[in-house]
Design a protein around this ligand. Structure first.
Ligand code: C2E
Ligand code: CA
Ligand code: CA
Length: 475
């Protein structure tokens, strides 16, 4: 139950202020269109919509749980224009809005381009969006009467759903646009749900775009230092891949690695990363820091012999200090070949780290058999270290276990001085996280390494280490 006042500043308000504005979808062409044809032709609200608006204006009214932002496009606009002439074609979008208004209670909308409308309504469940779009699709499957002639409007519908209160207006608009893009390709209505934590990008599109993106140089790598607690120096860095997409901006790996894994593109992507990292590791070494660079290896690659052979060749010929971070879960999937391949990596001089320890299935039986020298405690335990009762116990026993197995322990996701202090007392060997540094590009990393060393040799403690001396474990 939410009061209408909670919605102030939402995109509903934007609708009301400028009904014909090209709200996100419009490009220069649409703007010109709106300017020359549409501005004075505001879409008239249906009586039902007006009544709904009036209801929303009352403070004590209960709102529905979902907001839907939809786009409807006349896919055969060019053909229609040939049939009915330009002026009449430009009116089509208004006819579409009228029909939508007659079908969807409480809808508000506007024309945002040639044959393109945007509309907004609310519902109790996400099913209301799906049901409405399917009702609209059936409605437009019927011919429309345009000045006594029957025409078939090929309509495409797409929508994005968010739970109320929605604080992500821009993302909702972007999701609706992406859904329309997909609807154009698949020729069916497409719906996206922001609240499900759905990645902002659909896997199918990303999978299609990925190979060309690698070739076009849209991928780049950032590095995040791991700092040795006792020695107070950078022990290694982890490479984290990013995709600078020309249209969608920066995409983080959580949004495209799963797609890459599904399309089996992840081998090519990882080999590309390895080349990049080998070159950058040389730069780091040339600057006087001969520290290894770790890259993340997807589980499925541990059973991919072709990948293993290529990766080993690259590391052997590259002469760089490289580490691989792998998860336990990837070993459990096919232990025999995973362990054999990890052994091969190790023989080539690649350091192995177990990533995300504690987050997935843990198997002490395998842990002992892996040629790993580093255990990374998953950030989910580290981030709540100082606010949870259980997590310090898990972290402490993990540190002891790793030491018993002669592995060094890295805590990832270290964000606070308090967490660092506690980890230090617990005997954690290395820390990584936003407190020390966010992932940064190679130039920034070289500067970071330089500054860090200068501070150390100048006797100035790095800000992250500003804590009571008594907390340091004797070296
Ligand atoms: P990961 O290996 O567990 O990497 C750590 C993630 O936590 C990174 O997110 C990093 O930016 C983030 N992080 C680091 N410090 C902190 C902190 O203090 N607090 C919080 N909240 N987060 C922190 P990112 O870069 O988005 O990477 C996500 C995951 O994507 C990685 O998780 C890794 O599993 C995967 N990944 C990244 N690069 C590659 C790659 O080249 N290949 C493969 N296969 N996977 C990759
Ligand atoms: Ca990692
Ligand atoms: Ca991790």
């Amino acid at each position: 139950m939410r009061a209408a006042a909670a919605r102030s500043g939402s995109f509903a308000a934007a609708f009301e202020q400028e009904p014909i504005a090209s709200a996100g979808v419009g490009d220069v062409k649409d703007e010109a269109f709106a300017h020359s044809f549409g501005r004075e032709r505001l879409w008239k609200r249906s009586p039902a919509a007006l009544a709904h608006d009036a209801r929303l204006a009352a403070d004590d009214v209960a709102l529905k749980d979902w907001q839907f932002l939809c786009l409807g496009e006349v896919a055969n606009f060019a053909a229609m224009r040939r049939h009915v002439g330009r002026a009449r074609a430009d009116d089509l979008a208004y006819e579409v809005l009228d029909r939508i208004a007659a079908t969807v209670p409480g809808v508000r909308g506007s024309v945002v381009g040639r044959g393109l409308v945007e509309f907004l309504f609310e519902g109790d469940t996400i099913g209301d969006l799906e049901a409405t779009l399917s009702r609209l699709a059936s409605l437009f499957a019927q011919p429309v009467d345009l000045d006594g002639e029957h025409h078939h409007l090929e309509m495409l519908f797409a929508g994005a759903a968010a739970r109320v209160p929605n604080t992500e207006d821009v993302r909702l608009a972007e999701e609706a646009e992406a859904a329309l893009e997909q609807a154009r390709q698949d020729k069916v209505s497409v719906v996206r749900d922001l609240s499900a934590g759905t990645p902002a990008f659909d896997r199918l599109t990303l999978m299609r775009e990925l190979p060309a993106a690698i070739r076009a140089g849209e991928m780049f790598v950032q590095y995040q230092p791991k700092v040795h607690v006792r020695r107070q120096e950078v022990a290694s860095v982890e490479a984290l891949i990013r995709w600078q997409h020309p249209g969608r901006g920066l995409i983080l790996p959580g949004d495209f690695i799963p797609a890459a894994e599904e399309s089996r593109e992840v081998a090519a992507l990882t080999l590309w990363t390895l080349d990049r990292v080998i070159a950058d590791q040389r730069l780091i070494a040339m600057a006087g820091y001969n520290i290894p660079v770790f890259i993340n290896i997807s589980g499925q690659l541990l059973a991919d012999d072709a990948f293993v052979a290529s990766a080993c060749d690259k590391v052997r010929n590259g002469g760089a200090k490289i580490g691989f971070e792998i998860t336990e879960t990837s070993v459990i999937r096919d232990p025999q070949s995973a362990i054999a391949n990890l052994q091969t990596f190790s023989e080539v001089g690649i350091t192995i780290a177990i990533d995300d320890y504690g987050a997935g299935l843990s198997s002490l039986a395998y842990l002992k058999q892996l040629p790993a020298s580093e255990l990374k405690i998953d950030k989910m335990f580290v981030m709540q270290l100082t606010s949870s009762n259980r997590d310090p116990l898990i972290v402490r026993s993990t540190i002891d276990l790793a030491h018993a197995l002669e592995m060094e322990v890295v805590a990832e996701g270290v964000e606070t001085q308090a967490a660092l202090a506690l980890l230090s007392v617990m005997g954690c060997d290395m820390v990584q996280g936003y407190l020390i540094s966010r992932p940064i590009v190679i130039d920034a990393l070289l500067t970071y390494l330089h500054d860090h060393r200068a501070q150390k040799t100048g006797g100035v403690e790095h800000p992250m280490f500003r804590r009571p001396k008594g907390l340091w474990k004797a070296g």
